[in-house]
Design a protein around this ligand. Sequence first.
Ligand SMILES: Cc1cc2nc3c(=O)[nH]c(=O)nc-3n(C[C@H](O)[C@H](O)[C@H](O)COP(=O)(O)OP(=O)(O)OC[C@H]3O[C@@H](n4cnc5c(N)ncnc54)[C@H](O)[C@@H]3O)c2cc1C
Length: 411
Amino acid sequence: MLREFGVAPPKKHVVIVGAGFGGLACAKKLRKSAAYSVTLIDRNPYQLFSPLLYQVATASLPEDDIAFPVRTAYREVQFIRAEVTNVDTGAKTLTLSTGKTLSYDDLVLAVGSEGTTFGIPGVAEHTLQMKSVAHARDIRRSLLRTYEAVEDGVLPIESLNVVIVGGGPTGVELAGAVRELQGEIKREFAHIAPQATVTLLEAGPRLLPSFQPSSSEHARKALTKMGVNVRVDAAVTEATSRSLRLKDGEELVAGTRIWAAGVVAPPHWKFLGESDRGNRLKVNPQLQLNDSLWVVGDAANFADAEGKPLPMIAPVAIQQGRHVARQMLRRERNEALEPFKYRDKGQMATIGRRKAVVEVRPWLRFQGTIAWLTWLALHLAYLSGGRNRTSIFADWVWNYFVWTPRRTITE
Ligand SMILES: Cc1cc2nc3c(=O)[nH]c(=O)nc-3n(C[C@H](O)[C@H](O)[C@H](O)COP(=O)(O)OP(=O)(O)OC[C@H]3O[C@@H](n4cnc5c(N)ncnc54)[C@H](O)[C@@H]3O)c2cc1C
């Protein structure tokens, strides 16, 4: 009716909660649509590029490089900085931490995940997590400041030991980078630094459990050669203010204890539908909980053809964010919704400078310098923002030739 008089119908309001990989991918695709106005909400004004968090934690990159400012990212998208505290799916409204209420026609939940301690005593209090910039800052401070405290006699020499729990890609990358940092720092603290150790603990039988066994073995050998003490079948049963205890009773004393094992979706949203053990909401093939509520990324449990939930990684979140935007556009054209299909482009982990493992397919995998260069190129390509990309590239080139730990003025 409106069209007959030449008046465009009002735009539908899409609210996206979470400006991470999934939320931003969805906003980018919808932003120019004539049918939708898009509001993006996040508690932080930036998108965190988590895959490079370990480089901030180990004083290789400044934190600004991995935080992409979203407020000005897409002119057509309204950005609100707030925590979303509740959703009323009946009234189609959400409540913000600022006390405001916002109504929506479609809601995309892209709230990511958080670390879990599996309820192991002491882990929450006595280990450092690595999920946010603040966490990376804490790790970097602990790694660097401990040297000064040991030199001053405030802390015992065992405080230089670092134990990392979790043999997945994050733990492997962090272990290699911490060992390299310890190598570089020898120049500054020559008399104490050689005594610093790094131990990587994995509860299962091998590192990188989602990779092929040969890649796991490559990572183990490469880390061991670098001087990392790799321990598999080593489940942690308790953390204290000075150590980690293993299931066989052994106690590992370390000044820096990092927990890189396990993530779950935020439990807060479980009331919206059926969820799995990791709090991920079980979505239908189109990634919906109902006609107007979509879930993408780490917060969604979407099973592949064999019924296995997709991994909590950035490519899944990006593809799902784009898929949801495409479905909304199809719906406006009165076209049927399509099920989501994940295009698996493989996985990779870096072990240290010029060392990485890449698996495109189980039968197409490579290691060493070529894998490392592939890792560098892909991470640059996935980064948002030309400025971040240029800055990281420049830092990497600099670090390759003249590596010195990057301290902030508070360290
Ligand atoms: C240390 C680390 C290393 C990683 N390395 C890799 C890697 O090498 N390769 C890879 O593919 N994946 C990696 N991942 C996983 C990858 O980062 C995630 O799979 C990806 O970020 C998921 O995207 P998402 O959009 O679901 O969530 P996120 O990108 O985490 O975004 C969620 C957003 O929602 C916001 N948010 C959450 N709740 C609320 C709320 N209530 N109100 C307002 N805002 C909210 C958060 O602030 C955040 O910005 C890594 C993760 C970590 C922690």
